[in-house]
Design a protein around this ligand. Structure first.
Ligand code: 6PG
Length: 615
């Protein structure tokens, strides 16, 4: 096991005995110093040879001080590490008796104990312990245990590992072996990136687990879903109480809750860790949102805080946002907000380019002005860069298919909102817009069938900018509401100001608005009633109304801008038309309703079929 972890060969000194020595022992006669001299010389030559190539682990009954001197002859001091395995004679005798096919009879053990000289140097290990614990003690003593393990060396895992390595964390990296597809993935990563030069690479889970300091800290960076359960089933038999497994993928929060219960029943910790920032965030500083037990978080926090992005005040954008599934829930909500932010930018681009006729570089210039004007965000910045990217005489964007895809987190967010009863209109529209976009072939056919002719719209760039600004506020308010509702439902006590803070840098939805949100949450849980927001909404609403009204005459789709106005109006309507819905429900299903003239909340039913006082 030690040789495996060190990636060096292993030699059993018993294999170096001359036939005459073996015959003597088989006959029950102890060897003397002369018998052992040739054997020790052969081992010494072998050790020299192995040191020329690298290193070796040799197991040997080097009973006397002079035997040890013979073994190490000509080998410089620092190259030799002595590990003395000591134990009670009865215990060792029992183990020897249990082995079969070995030339040395257990009865010879007494003669060995008789000449044994305890060592004056090196590590002394009690063999009564388990091989796993012995290995840990040895590696710890040799300062060879890694502080942190990463499982899964895909692009995110590799970049997070490089980030950890760059921050001085000693690493063990494991990637599964799949013939022809995933071979030497960890080893290749170590060879390719200087930050990983000191990391140890594994394709054996057992050796990987043995190489980690306890409590082990293991970050899983595998695909969400079954792959996480598969890895856990491999790790579980090798985990020790108190070990911490982190799932850094985009896992569903309900899976994370289930895995945490499983971990608890087995005595190890499981943290669901949302990581945002894509490839470059993982490498240069992501936002990290963890969910799980505080005692587990406190042990991994110093490492994750090192690699996380930093906020404007220099604090790490990494935090434990709550217990159990909270980390993955907020990451899911983050992605939902991301979906609507992306859709809003696509809509703004469409208005500027398709409705108003600006070519991509002009759209980029217009949007660049917006960044100077309070609307700075990572997604806006990358949009500007995309719009400026040429290919040959044209724009790269123009050869990219509009068949949008998605990996699931957006739709999970919408489903979670459905379960919790949160009016998540913006994310839902953004998700549905991707579904429609994915139906490219059908759209081509329907477009040909109707052949609508576009009209020039009466919307100004200034109005569009304010409409976009207000729609983003509504999107953020809805996303935060989703988290607040889950926090209440599951008893997570998510600190919204702290969450907004860790989203001010590193993550995909980092923006000036997020910095504002952090400050708003410092004084209120309801940002829509924060006086600054009230003022912004009041200022921007006429522009949103004019934009949406103009877009009503477009033959293109602007679901998120339109949804923003609908949502704002719905949320700011004190007495809505839903009283008619309640009456309808009561009419056909006797579902009861509450009356405004009875604030006690009593439920009423009307026999609608009796004619009553109908006019
Ligand atoms: C992030 C991103 C990241 C990933 C999304 C993409 O925060 O770093 O959100 O998690 O890019 O999962 O999601 P879709 O493929 O569903 O758009």
């Amino acid at each position: 096991m030690l040789a495996d972890v060190l990636h060096v060969p292993f030699a059993d000194a018993d294999d170096f005995h001359a036939p005459s020595n073996i015959a003597k022992m088989q006959a029950g006669i102890p060897l003397d110093d002369t018998d052992r001299a040739g054997w020790l010389a052969a081992l010494n030559i072998y050790a020299h040879g192995m040191l020329e190539k690298g290193s070796v682990v040799i197991a040997c009954s080097a009973l006397k001080e002079k035997y040890r001197a013979q073994l190490r002859q000509g080998i410089p001091d620092p190259a030799v590490k002595w590990i003395h395995l000591q134990g009670d004679m009865a215990l060792i005798h029992g183990r020897m008796a249990a082995r079969s096919g070995h030339f040395m009879p257990p009865a010879l053990l007494a003669s060995q104990f008789a000449i044994y000289e305890p060592p004056s140097e090196g590590m002394v290990i009690d063999v009564a312990d388990t091989p796993e614990n012995i290995l840990q003690t040895i590696l710890l003593n040799m300062e060879l245990l890694a502080e942190w393990g990463v499982v899964g060396l895909g692009v995110m895992g590799r970049n997070l590992a490089r980030n950890l390595g760059r921050n001085g964390v000693s690493l063990s990296l494991y990637n599964r072996f799949v013939a022809g597809k995933e071979e030497k993935v960890a080893e290749n990563a170590v060879a390719a990136f200087p930050e990983l030069a000191n990391a140890k690479a594994f394709e054996s889970v057992t050796a990987f687990m043995a190489s980690l300091a306890r409590p082990r800290k293991i970050l899983l960076m595998v695909n969400a879903g079954e792959a996480v359960d598969e890895v856990l089933s491999q790790l579980e038999p090798l985990l020790s109480p108190g070990d911490i497994v982190m799932d850094g993928g985009n896992s569903h929060y309900a899976d994370t809750r289930r895995r945490q219960q499983q971990a608890e029943s087995q005595g190890y910790h499981f943290l669901g860790v949302g990581v945002s920032g894509g490839e470059s965030g993982a490498l240069n500083g992501p936002a990290i949102m963890a969910g799980g037990a505080p005692e587990a978080w406190h042990q991994v926090a110093p490492f994750l805080e090192k690699i996380a992005a930093k906020d404007a005040g220099g604090s790490p954008c990494a935090a434990r946002v709550g217990p159990d599934g909270a980390g993955h829930f907020v990451k899911m909500a983050h992605n939902g907000i991301e979906y609507a932010e992306m859709q809003l930018l696509a809509e703004a681009y469409s208005v500027l380019r398709r409705e108003l006729g600006h070519p991509p570089d002009e759209v980029a210039d217009i949007m660049a002005n917006w960044t100077e004007d309070g609307l700075r965000s990572y997604l806006l910045e990358i949009t500007i860069r995309i719009l400026r990217r040429r290919e040959g005489a044209g724009w790269l964007l123009d050869v990219i298919s509009d068949k949008a895809s998605h990996k699931g987190t957006g739709s999970w967010a919408v489903m979670a909102a459905g379960k919790l009863g949160v009016p998540l209109t913006m994310m839902t529209e953004a998700l549905l817009a991707r579904f429609v976009a994915a139906m490219r072939d059908e759209r081509q056919a329907w477009s040909a069938a109707y052949a609508f002719t576009p009209d020039r719209l009466s919307v100004s760039i200034a109005q569009l900018k304010q409409a976009y600004q207000l729609a983003r506020i509504i999107n953020h308010q809805q996303g935060f509401l989703l988290i607040q509702s889950a926090s209440k439902e599951y008893g997570w006590s998510v600190n919204m100001a702290e969450l907004a803070r860790i989203w001010t840098n590193g993550c995909i939805i980092r923006s000036e608005l997020m910095i504002d949100a952090q400050h708003f949450f410092a004084t209120t849980d309801d940002i829509l009633r924060h006086e600054t927001v009230v003022q912004w909404v009041r200022t921007c609403k006429p522009a949103l109304q004019q934009t949406v009204s103009a877009l009503g005459f477009s033959h293109r789709s602007y679901p998120c801008l339109m949804s923003a106005l609908a949502a704002l109006n719905a949320m700011t309507t004190a007495n809505s038309a839903a009283h008619l819905i309640q009456a309808q429900r009561d009419f056909f299903g006797a579902h009861l309703y509450e009356r405004t003239d009875d604030p006690g909340g009593k439920k009423y039913h009307t026999d609608w079929e009796d004619g009553g006082q109908e006019i």
